[in-house]
Ligand binder design. Structure first.
Ligand code: NAD
Ligand code: DAU
Length: 351
C-alpha cells in the first residue's frame, strides 16, 4: 500500500530510529522527515538511509505556519507522526519560551495544516502525536500511570507537552481529526544527545570527568530501549484505534544512583579499568528545581490490545548502548565540537 507520511523531528534521537525503521520496513511508503535541525537534530543519525528512494528530508521549522502549510502543499500526506519538540527538562527551566513555541504552537500549526488538507475526507488519515509520561506528573512510592491518570504536569517541558496533547484531543473531538496519542517513559539507546543522563554519564566516565547526580540520586525513572519505543510506534500507527491513547513503558524502574552504579560497572569492564574506578567520579550536585520524584508506566493496554512487549533486559540494553557510544566516538566528538551541524550544508546546500 502506498502512503506518504510526514515524520517531524526525524533527525532527533527517537525520531531517527522511527524514520530508519519505517524507511527500511515499508518500501512502498514515502517517508518525509520534517525537521528544523535545532541543536538536537543531527542528520548524521540517518546516513544509513539518506539515499533511499522512499526517504526525503525537508528542513522545516514547525513554528512557521506558512512553512508547514507549504510542506502540506508540496506533499500529499495521509499521515503525520509528530515527534518534533524541545525535549530536555533542564533547558525548559532556563528557557521555557522555546518549549511554548515549538511544543504548543508548532503542534497547532501541524494540526491546522492536517485539518485543512483532510477535512473533506478523513478516511485513512492519521495524526499520531508522540508524547511523554511526564504529563501525568510525579508519583509517590506506589502506583503507575495508566491512560486514565489525570494530567498534572510540573515542569515547563511537561506543561508544554500536556498542552499539545490537549490540543490534539480538542481537534479530534471538535473537528473529527483522526488522532492517536502515545505517552512514553524515559528512552535510552544509540544516538541520544549527550545532555540526557545516560549518554552524559557514558561520555563523562569515558573522559574521567565528574558524573553529576542531582540531589541524592533518589529519583526514579522507568527506562525503555529506544528501539522498543520505535516498535510500539510502528504497532500503534498501524493497529491503534483512532481517538485512543496508549501508554508505553519499559516496566523497568531504576533509582538514578543505582542506574549510575550499574553503568559504572559496565564502563569499568568495557574500558578495562579496575572495578570501582568509575564510581569515584560520582558527584552530587544541586537538585533540579521541581524535580519529579518517580515515573512508572502501566503499558498493559498496549500489550493486551496490540501484543507489544519490550525486548532487551536493562543490563543488556545498557551494555548495547555503551558499546554503541564507545564504537561511535566520532559521532560524539562531532556533537561536542558542534561539527555535526555542518552536515546539512555539506549534503543539502543548494536545494
Ligand atoms: P530530541 O530532542 O532528541 O529531538 C527533537 C527533534 O525535533 C530534533 O531533531 C529537533 O531538530 C527537532 N525540532 C525541535 N524543534 C523543532 C521545530 N521547531 N521544528 C521542527 N523540528 C524541530 O527529542 P527525542 O528525545 O527524540 O524526543 C522526541 C519526541 O518524543 C518528543 O516529542 C518528546 O517529547 C517525546 N518523548 C521523548 C522521550 C525521551 O525519553 N527522550 C520519552 C517520551 C516522549
Ligand atoms: O519520562 C520521559 C522523559 O524522559 C522525556 O519526555 C524527556 O524528553 C526526556 O528528556 C526524559 O526526561 P528526564 O528529565 O527524566 O531525563 P534526563 O535524562 O534529563 O534525567 C533523568 C534523571 O536523571 C532525572 O531524574 C534527572 C537526573 N539527572 C539528569 C542529568 C542530565 C541527573 O541526576 N544528572 C544529570 O546530569
Amino acid at each position: 500500500m502506498k502512503r506518504t507520511i510526514l515524520i517531524t523531528g526525524g533527525a532527533g534521537f527517537i525520531g531517527s530510529h522511527v524514520v530508519k525503521r519505517f524507511v527500511r520496513k515499508y518500501s512502498s511508503y514515502l517517508i518525509v522527515n520534517g525537521d528544523k535541525l535545532t541543536y538536537a537534530g543531527n542528520l548524521e543519525n540517518l546516513t544509513d538511509i539518506e539515499k533511499e528512494k522512499n526517504y526525503k528530508f525537508e528542513k522545516t521549522d514547525i513554528i512557521e505556519k506558512q512553512a508547514v502549510l507549504d510542506l502540506f502543499e508540496k506533499y500529499d500526506f495521509d499521515a503525520v507522526i509528530h515527534l518534533a519538540a524541545e525535549s530536555h527538562v533542564d533547558r525548559s527551566i532556563t528557557d521555557p519560551d522555546a518549549f511554548v513555541f515549538t511544543n504548543i504552537i508548532g503542534t497547532v500549526n501541524l494540526l491546522n495544516a492536517s485539518l485543512n488538507k483532510w477535512k473533506n475526507d478523513f478516511e485513512r488519515k492519521l495524526f499520531y502525536h508522540i508524547s511523554t509520561d511526564e504529563v501525568y506528573g510525579s508519583l509517590g512510592k506506589e502506583g503507575q500511570f495508566t491512560e486514565k491518570t489525570s494530567y498534572d504536569p510540573k515542569s515547563p517541558y511537561s506543561a508544554s507537552k500536556a498542552s499539545s496533547d490537549h490540543m490534539v484531543r480538542a481537534y479530534s473531538h471538535t473537528f473529527g481529526l483522526p488522532a492517536i496519542i502515545s505517552n512514553c517513559s524515559n528512552n535510552y539507546g544509540p544516538n541520544q544527545f549527550p545532555e540526557k543522563l545516560i549518554p552524559l554519564a557514558i561520555n563523562n566516565i569515558k573522559n574521567n570527568k565528574p558524573i553529576p547526580v542531582y540531589g541524592k540520586g533518589e529519583n526514579i525513572r522507568d527506562w525503555i530501549y529506544v528501539e522498543d519505543h520505535a516498535s510500539a510506534i510502528d504497532l500503534i500507527f498501524h493497529g491503534g484505534k483512532i481517538g485512543e491513547t496508549y501508554n508505553i513503558g519499559g516496566n523497568n524502574e531504576w533509582k538514578n544512583l543505582d542506574l549510575i552504579l550499574l553503568l559504572c560497572r559496565i564502563m569499568d569492564k568495557k574500558l578495562n579499568r579496575a572495578a570501582g574506578t568509575s564510581e569515584k567520579l560520582i558527584t552530587y550536585v544541586k537538585d533540579r528545581p521541581g524535580h519529579d520524584l518517580r515515573y512508572a508506566i502501566d503499558s498493559s493496554k498496549l500489550q493486551t490490545e496490540l501484543g507489544w512487549s519490550p525486548i532487551p533486559e536493562f543490563a543488556q540494553g545498557l551494555e548495547k548502548t555503551v558499546d554503541w557510544y564507545l564504537a561511535n566516538t566520532k559521532w560524539l566528538e562531532r556533537i561536542i565540537s558542534g561539527d555535526y551541524s555542518k552536515y546539512y550544508d555539506k549534503m543539502y546546500s543548494g536545494r
